[in-house]
Design a protein around this ligand. Structure first.
Ligand code: 13P
Length: 256
């Protein structure tokens, strides 16, 4: 039986004090819930990682970064590497978010290197995939997602792949208030699980967590997470409000 996972991607939001307040409120509330079957992750901006790690120490809240560089160390001004994050005990890292693909021109090839780098440092990549609106309208959404997954993940051995979390984030649903319907999410998640089955076999596919992201909020989380192949969510805007994020975590608990 897969557990559920709810991760908050704060993106480039919050001052340090606001981030402290948000972390404290979320952690305090999550500690009161029964999170035996739900993993909760906060992905703050990098300068706040240490603070969030401190405030969540010995709690049920884990910490993830939003991006890593594909190199381990060296002259890459402004960048942060997987060995740096693992030396701080960061456990997860979002890789291939559509905003990184769009604004920072991250290609599937670079993302494959980032996935490798994360795994070498025992950081679990939360690998994002998802189609643009015109790609869905043209009926190419399955093809796009298949290609993204093949190019960034299919080189992995089974043992390494087992540490990857996949997040399906249709780009047209991110920050738009337009959520994929539960049926649309389920259809794509089942397709992704089938892709994993054909590459790594049924057992690995059944164990892989596939999250949904894109205008997921307290009002729609339960229905989305109740779909057979939706194992939780990667939450943007709604993760910036403690109460709403905790409600989303509760939805994951209630349908796990
Ligand atoms: P929103 O929840 O704000 O649509 O963002 C989703 C997302 O991009 C999470 O990574």
């Amino acid at each position: 039986m897969r557990t559920k996972l709810v991760a908050g991607n704060w993106k480039m939001n919050k001052t340090f004090q606001e981030a402290e307040d948000l972390t404290a409120k979320i952690t305090e509330a999550v500690e009161k819930l029964n999170t035996a079957n739900v993993e909760v992750i906060l992905c703050p901006p990098s300068p706040y990682l240490e603070m969030v790690l401190d405030l969540t120490d010995e709690t049920h809240v884990a910490v993830g970064a939003q991006n890593i560089n594909e190199h381990e160390f060296g002259a890459y001004t402004g960048e942060i590497s997987a060995p740096m994050l693992s030396s701080m005990e960061v456990e997860y890292c979002i890789v291939g978010h559509s905003e990184r693909r769009k604004f920072f021109a991250e290609s599937d090839e670079v993302l494959a290197l980032k996935v490798n780098s994360a795994l070498r440092s025992a950081i679990a990549p939360i690998f994002c995939c998802g189609e643009l609106l015109p790609e869905r309208e043209a009926g190419n959404h399955f093809k796009v997602v298949k290609s993204q997954i093949e190019k960034a993940l299919y080189h992995l051995e089974e043992k390494a792949f087992r540490n990857v979390v996949i997040a399906y984030e249709p780009v047209w649903a991110i920050g738009t208030g337009v959520t994929a319907t539960p049926a649309q999410a389920q259809e794509m998640h089942a397709f992704i699980r089938q892709l994993i089955t054909s590459k790594y076999g049924e057992m690995v596919a059944q164990d892989t967590l596939i999250l949904y992201g894109g205008s997921c909020n307290a009002a729609n989380a339960f229905e989305l997470f109740s779909q057979a192949d939706v194992d939780g969510g990667l939450i943007g805007g709604a993760s910036l409000k403690a109460e709403e994020f905790v409600e989303i975590v509760s939805s994951a608990i209630n349908c796990s």
